[in-house]
Write a protein that binds this ligand. Structure first.
Ligand code: ADP
Ligand code: MG
Length: 278
């Protein structure tokens, strides 16, 4: 048998991996919150994580951004191991510039006494002390569809959708490679939801940023992701291209999630029976 050739380099047109998660595990007491979760996010790609409440989505997200430790497994950003919390200010700032997170309720993450402009200025000062902050603030506001009028506003003077735009602008201010969005549109009215989802699609197109998009809503997944993983009880039960998974779900749990979306003629009793059988 001839010696095997050296493995070929990946073809030029295959997208590079920006975020890779390998064998992640986390337990809380007797609860296996995250159970051997692995996935890859391509540079500029959008990966959805779906599953019902309690399936381990938020814990996974918090481990990815370094807010929570893993019991086992690895988190790699651009191939660099980022599993351990970064020690020291410089290392923490560098980590923050790789991955940023947007939460469901921006009220909780925005200081009620700080204006929108000041929020962005603080972030820019921290990460880019020598930058042209007024120019960059104007740019960021424009990017999320806000104007100079909102720059002087406090969080309580803004609508829910506007506050989520501020949270997105603040995350973009550090120019991360990946944005982790945890139920980022779940608290918004449907029409506002659509606006924010459109905005996020535009931003991805313009900047090449990658999204890890966490939601319990399959309609949201359909809109803004190209790959999806389905989680149940902490584990991945199905993964693939979003269009494929939604059109031809392979796992009974994915089918159940799809059947649980109310529509004309929908019978919740059938869902309850299917759930008991699962
Ligand atoms: P999801 O975001 O999909 O709703 P979570 O990751 O928040 O799921 O939770 C997964 C499981 O881990 C749940 O059973 C939850 O109760 C549990 N859990 C999450 N965080 C903690 C914590 N800090 N302490 C104890 N249990 C937790
Ligand atoms: Mg959650």
């Amino acid at each position: 048998m001839p010696e095997a050739a050296a493995p070929a380099a990946p073809p030029e047109d295959s997208p590079r991996t920006v975020l890779q998660v390998v064998g992640l595990r986390r337990t809380y007491g007797s609860v296996q919150a995250v159970d051997d979760v692995s996935f890859r996010l391509a540079e500029g790609g959008s990966l959805g994580i779906v599953g019902e409440s309690g399936s381990g989505k938020t814990t996974t997200a918090r481990i990815v951004v370094g807010l929570e430790r893993a019991d086992a497994g690895r988190v790699l950003v651009h191939g660099q191991d980022r599993t351990r919390a970064q020690r020291g200010r410089a290392a923490r700032l560098a980590r923050a510039r790789e991955v940023q997170m947007v939460f469901q309720d921006p009220f909780l993450s925005l200081d009620p006494r700080t204006t929108v402009g000041a929020v962005l200025r603080e972030t820019l000062r921290l990460h880019f002390p020598d930058g042209d902050h007024p120019r960059r603030i104007a740019e960021l506001l424009e990017q999320v569809g806000l104007g100079s009028r909102e720059a002087g506003a406090l969080p309580r003077q803004l609508s829910g959708g506007q506050r989520q735009r501020v949270a997105i602008a603040r995350a973009l201010a550090v120019e991360p490679s990946v944005l982790v969005l945890d139920e980022a549109v779940a608290a918004l009215d449907v029409s506002v939801q659509a606006q924010i989802l459109n905005l996020l699609s535009d931003i991805r197109e313009q900047t090449g940023i990658g999204y890890l998009f966490i939601t319990h809503d399959l309609g949201v997944v359909r809109c803004v992701t190209d790959q999806v993983i389905v989680m149940r009880h902490g584990a991945i039960v199905e993964a693939g291209a979003t269009a494929e998974v939604l059109a031809r779900p392979q796992h009974p749990y994915t089918r159940l999630l799809l059947d649980s979306v109310p529509r004309p003629g929908w019978d919740p009793r059938g869902i309850a029976a299917a759930r008991r059988a699962l």
